[in-house]
Write a protein that binds this ligand. Structure first.
Ligand code: MN3
Length: 202
């Protein structure tokens, strides 16, 4: 297994006005790249170099905090970039749309609960839609760079939609108004990609 720093799937300004170009550039080229570089340094020469990221997360409680924080930072931002698209927004489609309706009753109710998870995460962290290990959908929130693939989380599953609510994700454009950033996110959600992840992991 070798890890690669991914290309951003669109231009820095592609998600304007919802996600501003300056934030996107700093977030990807400084924050995400920084996590990746530090993760590579942290696992260099260890047996983790030959493991998948999922395997590393499955026993993350046995690893140094540096591996947990930087490995999480690397993986989580991959999910975040793919969760958005210039052609995104609107309503979910495909099997995930049906599963959301079955679980929450309506897309609006789902949006409300996910937004609430993102808004109420104290400090830095993430809101997720995950496929749990028994194939169910769940909304979760994790601190710092943790995610639900990690053995430290009580709810286990694979993230299929992720929202970064660290201040670096929104402060330049939205300052302290995290709820405005969360509302803007819905205009760019890449439901096609989310549905593909759901199909793969359900
Ligand atoms: Mn971030």
């Amino acid at each position: 297994m070798s890890f690669k720093f991914p290309e951003l799937p669109y231009a820095y300004d592609a998600l304007e006005p919802h996600m501003d170009a300056q934030t996107m550039e700093l977030h990807y080229s400084k924050h995400h790249q920084g996590y990746f570089n530090k993760f590579m340094d942290a696992i260099k020469g260890t047996d983790l170099e030959n493991k998948s990221i999922e395997d590393i997360f499955a026993s993350i409680s046995k690893q140094p905090a540096g591996v947990r924080n930087t490995g999480g930072g690397f993986y989580n931002h991959n999910i975040f970039w793919n969760s958005m698209s210039p052609n995104g927004g609107g309503n979910p489609t495909g099997a995930v749309a049906d599963a959301i309706k079955a679980k929450w009753g309506s897309f609006d109710k789902f949006k409300e609960e996910f937004s609430n998870a993102a808004a109420t995460r104290f400090g830095s962290g993430w809101a997720w839609l995950i496929v749990t290990n028994n194939g169910d959908l769940a909304i979760t929130s994790t601190a710092n760079q943790d995610n639900n693939l990690m053995d430290v989380e009580s709810t286990k599953g694979t993230p299929i939609l992720g929202l970064d609510v660290w201040e670096h994700a929104y402060y330049l454009k939205y300052q302290n108004r995290r709820p405005d950033f969360i509302n803007a996110f819905w205009n760019v959600v890449n439901w096609k990609w989310v549905n593909e992840q759901f199909e793969k992991n359900k």
